[in-house]
Design a protein around this ligand. Sequence first.
Ligand code: PEP
Ligand code: MG
Length: 603
Amino acid sequence: MPEKLPKTETSVPALIQGVGLSFGLGLGHAFWHHIGQTSSFKKETTTNKEKNRLNKAFLSLQKEIDTLFSDAADQLPNESHQILEIYRHLAADKGWKRRLFMEIEKGLLAEDAIQNILSQFKAIYEPDPFWKTRFHDLEDLSARLHKHLMQKSPKVLPLDAPQPLVVIAKSLGVADFLEYHNKNLKGVILTETNESSHMIILARSLGIPVVEGDENTLKKIAHNHPLLVDGEAGQIHIRSLENLIQIFNEKTNNRTVISSFKSRKYKNLTTQDGVKIDLYINANLTEDLVGLDHSIIKGVGLYRTEIAFMKRDNAPSVETQTNLYRQVLDAAGEKPVLFRTLDIGGDKIIPQFQSINQPHKTKNIQNWRAIRLTLDRPMIMRQQLRALIKARTSSKFPEHPLYLMIPMLAEPSEFIATRQLVELELSREKRIGHPIPIDVKVGAMIEIPALVHQLGSLAPLVDFLAIGSNDLFQFFYAIDRDHLQTFHRYDVLSPAFLMFLKHIQEQAELYNIPLSLCGEMASHPLEAMALLGLGLRKLSVSPGSIEPIKKMVSSLNLKSFNPYLMAICQQMVTPTTLTEMRFGASTSLRQKLKNYAIDHGVI
Ligand code: PEP
Ligand code: MG
């Protein structure tokens, strides 16, 4: 029997070309998401009554967010947990609550207070594309808070919602997205968003395709109509279900064929002009190691050991640590894993070491962290080293080297002290008759500018170098990496920072030390393109970025890009060039690099 389609306007094309924001292929039925605000009505009330209602609504909102997130957390990689945390904090934000109370004190009902504050934030945030996406999170939470006030169920889906779902929305907040995800979500189509929105980051982690399209065209799609969302091609197909299933199968088969063909054919990743690039992955948990299955991935360029500590309530014993590190090594097989020694302290509070981080019972000391803390408390470091040594010798490939990477070094002497701890642990194992690894390679992370000026002294001591660009950028520009307002004040793609990285690359080449970069920069195609232009050849990226980075590398011609990059980095800044720049008065080269990529077919 022919399928009866919902009435989508005849002027809607069978294919809408949009912009792909999250890869994947999803088939489902259109569901229009609307942010539901029910208008308030006048009633007998007092300021105190309104405050009480708001307090109660806040409590149920937090409970709801907690349940929603604990359901989603298991399916998300660790990197995405941070987003849930930011959101959770926003839902409990004292500043927001205070402003709402102030509005109530002016005589407003709680519902109207929410609306007023939202409008105030809208006026502040809407002009800026970055803050606009953060505003969507607040909009999402405000709608939920409003529903709790009205004591309505804040669920976004009606009982008769189509299954499976393709949600069409102007924008979508994290909580709404996760709620849809729990209800068989296959794809998302947005008309107004930003690549860096939290929701998009989560969609990428969960493999849900997201496409951005034109609002006027999308409006014509009827509720319930079958849709196919192709995040990779940035396309939305609107046809009968039968047709869509056929397209879905063709696309899936094609992609499997292409990827298996590629993985057989290419082991090395090279640029268009034949320069070999080594790609590694960053991993926080064993789940992230699936990225290693990719044939072009050389190994784990950064394993953040502290994350496993952060998930626990009590300090892991040497045995527990050994088991965990062995699991990681066995999952990696013959591919190397660079274990970054504990980077705790500062903002990375680990419950079991909380007292250590507050020696004077004052607030956390922001920069007493990583190697500074573990050299001051050497037993923590020694236990970790012991576990890493045991894990290597009891793993499936005990003949492979153990790689250690030391974070937050400011002075070569700190590296020497760490190496001494490694030697102490190796001799201890030998003394008690335990095996030791055939080779232990110890590398230094470059995260503090002071170390860059001492690379001549450091070079003879280290086996390799890794730039931690997240911290290096933070300390280079004196900003707070967790505070978006200062973080986005400057750009990693500025000549000052790029030339600083170039200097590090030249020093590593001069002293013949292998150099990689494992900060977030490497995971973004435009930034990674600049890094290759500077001469870096080893990048460690988050597993979700393998495909986009691979595409960028294969389509880049370094012979022509390198001189271009050097020329724009050395251009003098004048008042005229400044006015052309996108980042206000900053010297960002982002727009120029984007134009270069477009003009030269770099994907
Ligand atoms: C860095 O600082 O770039 C880095 C990789 O370390 P983390 O982000 O864990 O501080
Ligand atoms: Mg760091």
